[in-house]
Design a protein around this ligand. Structure first.
Ligand code: 5GP
Ligand code: MN
Length: 331
């Protein structure tokens, strides 16, 4: 498939003659998804007031509600007719748009801004940079930095913080830090954003994290760690899917482990699988093999079957990659 990636996208040109614009992110929006969508939404409202702009996101997690404009987010489609332009942010494929996918299909023109390596450039215009730390960083590069307000800066900063694990993951480049610095100069309270949206956990979130850690198992000669949270545990703790964010990263921190596998049972025989690796295994390839996607070090996929089947299928693909690395080392 020929990729239609345009690295010289000029937002002003794409917005020319557009009167109604919609923004949308992926299902179960994370910090970067909410940050990039809200950052661009607020910027368009401030700088292009003649354009009617809407933002569509599945329920925004409470922790991100400190970002301006999150109370204006549309969680369902109203019957207002097609948009001139639909902008997808942080979304690796159209299916992941979830309820807003019909708006994408019906829009006069589409633009995709994303950093997932698995993204196959599905929109009319595509600004896809897999090396970028986050979609929020990409939004920063598309807008006029002189015109970034404090509210826009807060949203983009949150997105960068989340997808870099607070400037820790290998996707954090010198440019990422420079962008973060420029956002800080807009007068934001960076520490508060990090504390309130990233580190702070509700009691329920900590309880379910504890359960996942307690019941985790080391497998494949201690190279992998795996944990499963069942539907009945979600009910017991009265937890939401967004309460599970951060569990897989915590599992990966286990000393000596290369890959962390976290299974969330959505319904009987159906799991949301999260994969994280430390340095050798490319988990985006594994997720993509089973119909999902993501990044080299962080990816996800929906899988059916028993938890044993799912774990066996995933670990077989991990073993292939680890064997390959071992062979290369021997050569
Ligand atoms: P998480 O494990 O936190 O849900 O996702 C890790 C990364 O993989 C995120 O960047 C997310 O967008 C991506 N991802 C997670 N699940 C899926 C999926 O089912 N399909 C695709 N294409 N990407 C996914
Ligand atoms: Mn992202």
């Amino acid at each position: 498939m020929e990729l239609k990636i345009n690295m010289t996208i000029v937002l002003e040109d794409i917005l020319k003659d557009k009167r109604r614009v919609a923004l949308g992110g992926h299902v179960r929006p994370d910090g970067d998804c909410v940050g990039s969508c809200m950052g661009l939404y607020l910027y368009l409202k401030e700088q292009f007031p003649h354009i009617h702009t809407d933002v569509y996101l599945e329920g925004v997690p409470d922790a991100y509600r400190m970002i301006s404009g999150t109370d204006e987010v549309k969680t369902e489609i109203s019957e207002d007719g097609a948009y001139d332009l639909f902008i997808c942010l942080d979304c690796g494929d159209t299916k992941r748009l979830g309820f807003s996918q019909p708006l994408f299909e019906e829009a006069g023109e589409t633009l995709c801004i994303d950093h997932h390596i698995s993204n196959e450039a599905y929109a009319d215009n595509n600004y896809i940079v897999p090396d970028a730390s986050s979609t929020s960083e990409l939004v920063f590069t598309l807008i006029d930095r002189e015109k970034i307000s404090k509210a826009v800066a807060e949203a983009l900063y949150m997105g960068i913080v989340h997808d870099t694990g607070v400037f820790q993951y290998s996707c954090t480049s010198p440019e990422t830090m420079e962008i973060a610095a420029e956002l800080m100069r807009k007068g934001i309270n960076g520490s508060e954003i990090i504390e309130k949206t990233y580190y702070e956990k509700t009691y329920v979130q900590n309880q379910i994290l504890g359960r996942a850690l307690l019941e985790s198992m080391l497998i494949m000669d201690k190279q992998c760690i795996v944990s499963v949270i069942r539907e009945r545990s979600m009910r017991f703790f009265q937890a939401q899917p967004s309460d599970l964010e951060g569990i897989v990263s915590q599992l990966r921190q286990t000393k000596g482990v290369e890959v962390a596998i976290f299974l969330h049972e959505i319904e009987p025989q159906k799991f949301k699988v999260s994969l994280r690796s430390k340095g050798v295994v490319d988990v985006s390839v594994i997720a993509k093999h089973f119909g999902g996607g993501g990044h080299v070090r962080a990816a996800g996929v929906m899988m059916s079957g028993s938890s044993h089947d799912v774990i066996n299928n995933i670990t077989a693909r991990i073993a292939l990659q680890l064997d390959h690395v071992e062979k290369q080392d021997e050569e």
